[in-house]
Write a protein that binds this ligand. Sequence first.
Ligand SMILES: Cc1ncc(COP(=O)(O)O)c(C=O)c1O
Length: 421
Amino acid sequence: MRNFNRTNIFFKKARKIIPLSSQTFSKSYLVYTLGRAPLFIERGEGAYVWDIDGNKYLDMISALLPVILGYQYPAVDRAIEKQLKKGIIFSLPSLLEYELAKELTKMIPCAQMVRFGKNGSDATAGAVRLARAVTKKERVAVCGYHGWQDWYIGVNPRNEGVPKAVKGLVHKFQYNDIQSLEKLFKRYKNEFAAVIMEPMNLEEPKNNFLEKVKEITHKNKALLIFDEIITGFRFGLGGAQKYFNVIPDLAAFGKSMANGMPISCVVGKREYMKKMEDIFFSFTFGGEALSLAAALATIKEIKEKKVIQVIWREGSYLERETQRLIEENRLENVMELKGKPCWQVFKIPDLVVKSYIQQKLIERGILWTGSHNMSFSHKRKDLNYLIKAYKEIFPSLKNAIDKGMLKKEILGKPIQGIYIR
Ligand SMILES: Cc1ncc(COP(=O)(O)O)c(C=O)c1O
């Protein structure tokens, strides 16, 4: 059995001075079987990470998706080191901004102009502010998760601290339910500045959903923003907009842009993006050069090594085999595997079930929080190791459920969840 002595000691210490003991909900103790799970990572290499107790894991989380190539990926690290010798950040923009913007305008269909941010939330917030400035309207329709900031997070159950007035301007609609969006446009006639959505999350778009959203958004004189923080650089270098051939007015990219270096961007049509000069979208670390250099190296590597094709091919294999095991063990009512091969997510409503699987995977040296976040470093042997683990775990899971013994099998504290959607 794995030892988590240092982990558990440092969790107590850290939580005394760092609320949550993490900077990110989805990297916190809330999504792990506390007591029997790692909580701090010391280093990563390829598809593997080592926790502070020296335990090694095959990492299926990929740092919540930025690590698309792998940890300590040589070509990207070399680009960072090269830039480090020139400087991290300067008092004026570097030409790397121009180079990367140029590259993005070639790759992403809606991208005629580009502005950079750091987190995905910078990009979604910037795009929404821009849409409000362009349309002179205030309401925003949302579908998916779009970051931590006030303009959006009012629709989340965890929304303490967000002013009521701001909460009142954001409205949820349902994916693949065009009527839910139509209703909003009808109720608040001519009041929407933007519709922002993840072009795809767990579900595939059905009945031309994306085309219909675009049509009614424009009919109602609002801008369509695709939140491609996850899909961008995974569905393809042109994002989901290219994959589905539905081109929005604006889009936000982040996560996989630089294999883990902090960078995001707002991209879009020139007629709207030029208004960026008037709104307030400006921060000290925008244009930080190591991340720009890393992004350029990441894009080059993705192109040269055909990374997108590889993660889709390997992801399909993993998806197929996992699906087969779910069916073989008659677990379809307990879990579903959703999403596309490059990013597959388990829908597991019962957190005790999720805790059981996680605990058993951690015992086998696999770090997992309910998704397959594919990276170029996930090799066939790694995937086979995970599949073999599912093969062993799923029958015992089914057995424990049937006997009503599941809860008793969880040794740590069951996963609590974070309710971010
Ligand atoms: C679809 C989507 N949009 C926006 C964000 C916010 O990005 P960040 O956490 O980098 O601010 C996320 C983060 O998970 C996301 O998944």
